[in-house]
Write a protein that binds this ligand. Structure first.
Ligand code: SAM
Length: 489
């Protein structure tokens, strides 16, 4: 068989889809990955990059569309890296996500199909899979032709900005805010940042909206300490109904990380507020806060259900952010201990607990893989000798003041909600030593979830329940909640 080469055009049928949403088809046994192609499409494709056994190809023409193909909402969907599945019916998106999670549980987690059938509940989809994001981060640059400032999104796998102030996943206010900022830049001759030279001021615009409160936050990420025309910016932005907080984030590094570490509020409040499950949360520009509040309530309700709380339990909430899951648990538990790496988020968590009248929570700053083992080592070693001494010692370390170190050492429930990379092995190891009755694992990456579940199951736990919650319609991402039960209890 002659090898296919770059530039070759072929007609193929798409038979499968990969985890990133690319269609997969074959020509004479040779595999082609085709972005924007759907299972069931008969399509003409052009090879862009050919390897020995496979190639990446571009969708040139759809000859016969897949039964699941629909009209996309956004004209930019093919160039933008954000929505990989906009041409796929929402029903088929949900099926794709469930299958992706199941595959990872089998392939990486080592579970059998039968085991998964027993524990997996139907995916919880969205009623409206658009306009759901409460947070948007738009890059700002200069249009090469007109020289005018533009905001939009990066074309897939590049840092070329395609102007677009109306993302179909975001809120309607984004457009007005961005247009006001761009007009202010023209009026006050404020430069846009240029990644190639490192010159220019405005890099990104972060917008957040409290869906229940209606409050808006704008944070301009700038390559400098001062903002020329700061008053004019404030004057134009504060006219937007709901505006509550305007700040700048100073980021002078040559980096892909969007936010700088220093935030200066230039108008209004440092934070905005939002309500989830009847609990009010304060959110600052740097805090993690789930982007889809409607689905977040469903996700957290599942986590609470899986935790099986009766009002007495002691619960650790690892990777707790601003304490959202902690407070959902605290409503139904005896005591909740939260751990989070970002100090500001822990300050928010403490404030959120206090303002909502919770007295049964405690929060610790640090890496889960350090705080938990450190606590376990210290408290565990001396617990048998002198429980009072343990308390004093742990207090001296400035990290905790446990009411009952026995409850902390051997909690009823540990909840984890780590970032995509999953839990550190040190953290998993200590969780196993602590032997909670139940572990509730909330995850935004089913590959690392499956990897960690395998370790926990080998350490004496059994997978009892699992459910996917779609928090990210139109994209390939999906959230999962799983329940592990300690064996022989
Ligand atoms: C997926 S978020 C979950 C936050 C929270 N549970 C929620 O639902 O809003 C993960 C959180 O883990 C924090 N984090 C990242 N690495 C960490 C680590 N090694 N130890 C503790 N927290 C960490 C992040 O700052 C972030 O707040």
């Amino acid at each position: 068989m002659d090898m296919y080469k770059k530039g070759d055009c072929l007609t193929i049928i798409i038979e499968d889809i990969d985890t990133e949403g690319q269609g997969i088809g074959k020509a004479d046994g040779y595999t082609l990955f085709v972005k924007d192609a759907l299972v069931g499409d008969k399509a003409k494709v052009k090879i862009m990059k050919a390897k020995k056994n496979y190639a990446f190809a571009r969708l040139e023409e759809i000859i016969e569309p897949s039964a699941h193909r629909i009209e996309p909402k956004c004209e930019h969907h093919r160039r933008c890296g954000g929505c990989q599945l906009q041409c796929l019916s929402y029903e088929a998106q949900l099926a794709f996500k469930e299958k992706k999670v199941r595959n990872n549980l089998v392939r990486i987690g080592g579970f059998t199909e039968e085991e998964i059938d027993k524990v997996m509940q139907p995916i919880i989809g969205m009623e409206v899979p658009f306009y759901y994001r409460n947070k948007a981060q738009y890059p700002v640059g200069r249009d090469k032709k007109t020289g005018k400032a533009v905001a939009g999104f990066y074309a897939q796998r590049t840092h070329d900005i395609i102007p677009n102030t109306e993302c179909a996943l975001g809120v309607a206010e984004n457009k007005e805010i961005l247009e006001r900022i761009l007009a202010w830049m023209e009026q006050c001759k404020v430069s846009a940042y240029d990644e190639t030279t490192g010159a220019g001021l405005v890099r990104h615009v972060l917008i957040r909206k409290g869906f229940v409160s209606g409050e808006l936050m704008v944070c301009l990420v700038v390559n400098g300490k001062e903002l020329p025309g700061e008053d004019a910016l404030i004057d134009t932005l504060k006219e937007v109904p709901g505006m509550k907080s305007i700040s700048i984030s100073i980021n002078r590094e040559n980096t892909n990380v969007i936010m700088g570490k220093t935030i200066r509020t230039i108008w209004g409040s440092d934070t905005i507020e939002d309500t989830l499950g009847g609990i009010r949360f304060r959110i600052s520009p740097l805090s993690f806060y789930q982007v889809n509040p409607v689905q977040t309530e469903k996700l957290y309700a599942k986590a609470v259900e899986f935790a099986g709380l009766t009002g007495k339990e002691s619960v650790w909430d690892l990777y707790c952010g601003i304490g959202t899951i902690s407070l959902f648990m605290a409503k139904n538990a005896g005591k909740v201990y939260g751990v989070e790496i970002i100090p500001e988020a822990i300050e928010d968590a403490k404030g959120n607990a206090e303002r909502n009248g919770f007295t049964n929570t405690e929060f610790f700053v640090g890496k889960a893989e350090e705080v938990l083992p450190e606590f376990y080592e210290k408290a565990g070693k001396t617990a048998e000798l002198d429980a009072g001494h343990v308390e004093a010692e742990f207090n001296e370390a400035g990290n905790a003041s446990p009411d009952s170190e026995a409850d902390m050492l051997h909690p009823d429930v540990i909840v984890v909600d780590p970032p995509r990379k999953g839990c550190d092995v040190q953290c998993l190891d200590t969780m196993l030593k602590m032997q909670p009755e139940r572990i509730v694992y909330v995850s935004c990456d089913s590959a690392t979830l499956a990897r960690d579940l395998k370790i926990l199951c080998e350490g004496g736990y059994e997978l009892k329940k699992a459910v996917c919650v779609d928090m990210f319609g139109m994209t390939v991402h999906v959230e999962c909640v799983t329940l592990l039960q300690r064996k022989n209890t």
